[in-house]
Ligand binder design. Structure first.
Ligand SMILES: [Zn+2]
Length: 548
């Protein structure tokens, strides 16, 4: 019998945790709760097995007990951990069963506290009713999977870990979780689970009757969760739970998560900071979201022995806990939702978005800041109007990140390691382009900045208009096509640049600017990407410094 077990423990479902967000705060809290639950799982494991070793993510027992207050507000724990636990299989499985249960308890406790806070005036049996519904919702929602694989010296760490991963995958495919029977109206946020309701729903109830029951339940929420009276000074409570919102137990927990976390932050010696709404991010009418994901992470974690694995864990911990927060929140004015391992998501001001994306990507391949040479990452960047539905914008940035990940160039054979960027204007116009981060080992952003500078100093704002007019008709119907005659493109670019010089300005070394644009033209997949890329850059230029 093996005396040690390699353990993989995961908490999910990730997408559902962070999806269904109507406000940035919902989105932040979904990610944060998930990270918090995994942190609690690791704490529970350390308690039951003090000599266990968590190899990924790299978090020590001390850090778990006394988290650093500096970056406490960022969800920095991925949704899974890998550990080595002493003991025979049976014993370790019992420990994991306990860990599993403790995560469920924490989440229940979390949602129950939300009910107590939001409905302080309910009678005990009424609170109990809401909690029973919530408990059933959590039971069917929370997906916790774990495996323990015998860890013998006769095999390499990699072989054992891969076997554990395969077993975990099989386990996830089985789907053990049933759904809860529902009678009432669904939650207005997730539109999935039943909204909490004190009165029983009769199967013959019409919509109007059901809605009235919900209204009566939610009218009983404490005043501070209601919308303030006009001209009141309770601005911090504006719309925390709106009049027409009826939430399920889980979405309620997410919505008021800050009440749960505020005292925890205080204990850690820091003040809880409310996640800003989109209107508070940057100035002006637009904001941006940057989403990054490391490429080929499986390969980085494929080391034969445990030491290789730990080394990568350590680098990722440093990157996500130190480097990323510094870039996004210290050097620039963004706010991080999560930075767990190689995954990063941040809300940022439009005029800093490109710079932040660039610095994150190149820090990732930096020897000191990130994984080092050879590391690459794909990034989605979206610019959206502050009135656009948040859910839609989040879905879009996820799609962009995937688009960057599937970038491939026939000519250079460059794969992944790309930036997919889109601007959605208020009027509904969408410009979208994808380009690799490097060409012949040089940063492509140098070209972008050069063009931005040109726009700023020498080009009239009508440039993009002339450019679109000249080039749009030349595009083939086939979306992926490029203009066949490159010489024609070059000549046309030169003519247009000359023609668009701002009054009183002049363009030095016109040819080198033409070549910069030609370089961009070469690396994007289609003529449309080229056109849209220039449109996006013009948009950035327009937003730069204008709405401070
Ligand atoms: Zn819900």
């Amino acid at each position: 019998m093996s005396k040690r077990q390699l353990v993989i423990f995961t908490v999910g479902p990730v997408q559902s945790f962070i999806a269904s967000a109507r406000k940035t705060e919902d989105f932040w809290s979904g990610s944060y709760i998930l990270s918090y639950l995994v942190r609690e799982a690791m704490k529970a494991l350390y308690q039951a097995a003090p000599h266990c070793e968590i190899v990924y993510p790299l978090v020590t027992k001390e850090e778990l007990e006394n988290p650093s207050s500096r970056h406490l507000h960022i969800a920095s724990i991925p949704n899974r951990f890998t550990a080595i636990v002493n003991g025979e299989a049976e014993k370790v499985e019992a420990i994991l069963q306990e860990t599993d249960q403790s995560v469920r308890n924490v989440f229940c406790d979390f949602c129950f506290q939300a009910i107590d806070n939001v409905f302080p005036f309910l009678l005990d049996h009424e609170k109990e009713k809401l909690k029973t519904t919530t408990e059933a919702q959590i039971r069917s929602f929370l997906e916790i999977y774990w495996v323990a694989e015998p860890y013998d010296e006769t095999e390499s760490f990699r072989q054992i870990r891969e076997r554990a991963e395969r077993r975990l995958g099989a386990l996830k495919n089985e789907k053990r979780y049933g759904s809860v029977p529902q009678h009432g109206l669904v939650c207005t946020v997730c539109k999935e689970r039943e909204a909490l309701c004190l009165e029983d729903i009769d199967e013959f109830d019409r919509y109007g009757a059901m809605k009235q029951k919900l209204v009566r339940t939610w009218e009983r929420r404490a005043g501070i969760y209601k919308e303030p009276e006009e001209n009141s000074e309770q601005e911090q409570y504006v719309g925390r739970i709106k009049k027409n919102e009826f939430l399920c137990g889980i979405c309620l927990g997410k919505r008021v998560a800050r009440d749960y976390f505020t005292p925890i932050f205080e204990t850690a010696g820091t003040k809880f900071r409310i996640f800003p709404s989109v209107t508070e991010i940057g100035s002006g009418k637009y904001y941006a979201i940057v989403m990054m994901d490391g490429d080929n992470m499986g390969k980085w974690f494929s080391g034969e022995n445990k030491e290789d694995y730990s080394r990568i864990s350590r680098k990722l911990a440093h990157f996500s806990q130190e480097v990323v927060p510094n870039i996004v929140e210290k050097d620039y004015h963004g706010r991080l939702v999560y930075a767990g391992g190689d995954d990063v998501l941040a809300f940022v001001p439009v005029d800093e978005a490109l710079k932040i994306a660039e610095e994150l990507r190149f820090a990732f391949s930096d020897e000191k800041k990130g994984l080092g040479k050879g590391a690459t990452a794909s990034v989605g960047l979206i610019v959206a109007h502050k009135k656009a539905p948040l859910q839609l914008v989040l879905n879009e940035v996820r799609r962009l990140e995937q688009k960057a990940k599937s970038y491939y160039s026939e000519t250079t054979k460059h794969q992944k390691d790309a930036l997919a960027i889109a601007v959605h204007t208020r009027s509904g116009e969408i410009s979208e382009a994808v380009l690799p981060w490097t060409v012949e080992q040089e940063k492509i952003t140098d070209e972008l900045h050069q063009f931005l500078l040109l726009l700023k100093e020498s080009l009239s704002p009508t440039f993009i208009h002339h450019f679109t007019q000249a080039f749009y008709p030349l595009l083939h119907e086939d979306y992926h096509s490029k203009w066949e005659n490159k010489e024609m493109v070059r000549t046309e670019l030169r003519r247009l640049l000359k023609r668009s010089v701002k009054e009183g300005a002049k363009i030095n070394n016109l040819d080198s600017h033409v070549e910069t644009l030609m370089k961009l033209y070469d690396i994007v997949p289609s003529g449309y990407d080229f056109l849209y890329l220039l449109k996006i850059l013009t948009f950035f230029k327009r937003k730069e410094g204008t709405e401070k």
